[in-house]
Design a protein around this ligand. Structure first.
Ligand SMILES: NC(=O)c1ccc[n+]([C@@H]2O[C@H](COP(=O)([O-])OP(=O)(O)OC[C@H]3O[C@@H](n4cnc5c(N)ncnc54)[C@H](OP(=O)(O)O)[C@@H]3O)[C@@H](O)[C@H]2O)c1
Length: 385
């Protein structure tokens, strides 16, 4: 039995994780649930899975929950509560599915403690990549990527010596604006950007998919996870989202990973690794007629992807600066304070204006994150609609 602490249980990944756990009651159990503000959904999840420890962002919501639960778990709140869930001694596995840099400290702490950490929270790998690797080495635990492209790479690279790998390719659906011309794309609305063609996800990652920043963050994530250089990680646009990653070997051959575009598959892969058993998603249906297409990304219409490569090449705290500016700009776009094209403009400005430095500690990286956010907020105020 694998006891799990699920951080971000009320989000898109969190809900899919609980579906996977429910499909394997003999192998997986929930011992901690942490969420932000969605107390109604967390209440229902608690009654179903009866975790020992439960966290919400605010003390008021934690008190609200305490008054309604039919049993008495340990109730905690805020950043400290998230950390308590991540380090719960009864949990040997942590699913890091909080969105944004808010998930950084709990992911690092769980790795340092030697847990199996299934990381959906790509921002923690982008912001604190080297520190996450240090924490993993210190804790002797496991770091398994939930992102579908990286779970695919994890499978494809297993058993292949690094020197046999020429390049890896992660695929991108291209998002809702893949075939829009520049002028139309620059004027895209929030509703249009949230209308993702192939994946149903939380709002922040959906906007990141529309700008291709999501793919840029994933390029950085792949570098951290697999020790690859920027030049070895390529992006291929594949609108059908059925091929998730490819590995090109030195002899000129490629291996591709194919599965349905359902996050329950990579989530189950990380939870049950190395076992690959039947789960909640039916096997791929090769007899249904379909056509797959592949194309190169257009960096002129999707400059965020190029900015992410630039941050990866600069190294140190540059990815943290990129991520902080992007989180602030996406939040501003979702609140209609800036237009769609303002996201890339804000990130470009902050990335160019804040000097990157070697990343040594979590505190330093968080200080850089705060500084970059302040710069981004100033820019956003100056350019608000
Ligand atoms: N969705 C996908 O298909 C997908 C695929 C690959 C990777 N990812 C990555 O997985 C992560 C989660 O994405 P998502 O789509 O599931 O996001 P989401 O639907 O917006 O869910 C985010 C979760 O984080 C919680 N949360 C936010 N701030 C918090 C805080 N300060 N303390 C505690 N909990 C907090 C939210 O709680 P409340 O809702 O209760 O406020 C919610 O449970 C992101 O890093 C994303 O890039 C997602």
């Amino acid at each position: 039995m694998r006891p799990i602490a699920l951080l971000g249980s009320t989000g898109s990944i969190g809900v899919s994780t609980l579906d996977v756990v429910a499909a394997h009651p003999e192998r997986l159990s929930i011992v901690a649930l942490a969420a932000g503000r969605n107390r109604e959904l967390l209440l229902a999840q608690c009654e179903t899975f009866r975790p020992l420890c439960v966290s919400l962002s605010s003390p008021e919501d934690a008190a609200w929950l305490a008054g309604r639960l039919s049993y008495r778990p340990e109730l905690v709140h805020g950043a400290a509560g998230l950390m308590t869930c991540a380090l719960l001694p009864e949990a040997d596995t942590v699913v890091a599915a909080v969105v944004g840099a808010a998930g950084l400290a709990s992911t690092e702490a769980a790795l340092r403690k030697g847990k199996r950490v299934c990381v959906a929270n790509k921002e923690s790998l982008v912001v604190g990549g080297a520190l996450m690797r240090q924490a993993l080495a210190a804790g002797h635990g496991e770091l398994l990527p939930v992102d579908s492209e990286h779970a695919a790479l994890h499978q494809l690279l297993a058993g292949h010596p690094p020197e046999s790998v020429r390049e890896v390719r992660i695929t991108a659906s291209g998002g809702p604006f893949r075939d829009w011309d520049l002028a139309r794309l620059q004027a895209a609305t929030v509703a249009q950007a949230l209308n993702h063609p192939t994946w149903k996800m939380g709002p922040k990652i959906t906007i990141d998919s529309a700008t291709l920043m999501n793919k840029g963050l994933e390029v950085i994530e792949a570098s951290v996870l697999f020790g690859l250089t920027a030049g070895q990680i390529k992006v291929t646009v594949h609108p059908q989202s059925q091929v998730h990653a490819m590995v090109g070997y030195r002899d000129g051959t490629y291996h591709l990973q194919v599965c349905a575009n359902d996050m329950k598959l990579p989530i189950q892969y990380t939870l049950l690794h190395p076992d690959q058993v039947a789960g909640p998603v039916p096997p791929y249906n090769w007899d249904a007629s379909r056509a797959w297409t592949f194309e190169a990304p257009d960096l002129e219409r999707f400059p965020c992807l190029g900015l992410a490569y630039r941050a990866l090449e600069a190294g140190g705290t540059a990815p943290a600066i990129l991520n902080a500016a992007n989180e602030e700009a996406v939040a501003a776009f979702l609140e209609a304070r800036i237009g769609f094209w303002g996201i890339q403009a804000c990130v470009a400005e902050v990335l160019a204006g804040v000097a990157a430095e070697p990343a040594h500690t979590l505190e330093q990286v968080m200080a850089v994150d705060h500084h970059a956010r302040a710069r981004a907020r100033t820019w956003l105020q100056q350019h608000s609609l």
